[in-house]
Design a protein around this ligand. Structure first.
Ligand code: THU
Length: 128
């Protein structure tokens, strides 16, 4: 599977974003270890604190469908510079073994490893 496939799925999911408060729409698509794709968009809430980011919605969908390990994720938004995941999402990515994270806007893509975005995540805990 190519990154382009994941990027396209992420843009499709972004179109469904529920973001009436921030007006900032985000899409994400992930590939599981077995090669399946799952996508997510941000889902906001009046309380603000209950907002779910696109990344965690996609990861939750994958786990609900039976995925055990997630290999990579593409995240898209219409930003000046490629959108970057929040700290909470980085920690959740660590939980499910995501190693490659592609940050995208309409014209640019930047690839990161999880360790670059969250150094020493779960060292000695999840992979002891
Ligand atoms: N958001 C995401 O869904 N993913 C990110 O990587 C950045 C931020 C959402 C949360 C909120 O709905 C809106 O974007 C503004 O922060």
């Amino acid at each position: 599977m190519t990154w382009d496939t994941l990027i396209n799925k992420a843009w499709i999911a972004r179109a469904n974003a529920y973001a009436p408060y921030s007006k900032f729409q985000v899409g994400a698509a992930i590939e599981s270890e077995s090669g399946n794709i799952y996508s997510g968009c941000n889902v906001e809430n009046l309380s603000f604190g209950l907002t779910n980011c696109a990344e965690r919605v996609a990861i939750g969908a994958a786990i609900a469908e039976g995925a055990k390990k997630i290999i990579r994720i593409a995240i898209v938004a219409d930003t000046n510079t490629p959108v970057s995941p929040c700290g909470a999402c980085r920690q959740v990515m660590a939980e499910f073994g995501i190693q490659e994270i592609l940050l995208c806007n309409r014209t640019e893509q930047i690839l990161f490893t999880l360790d670059e975005l969250l150094p020493r995540s779960s060292a000695g805990i999840l992979n002891r």
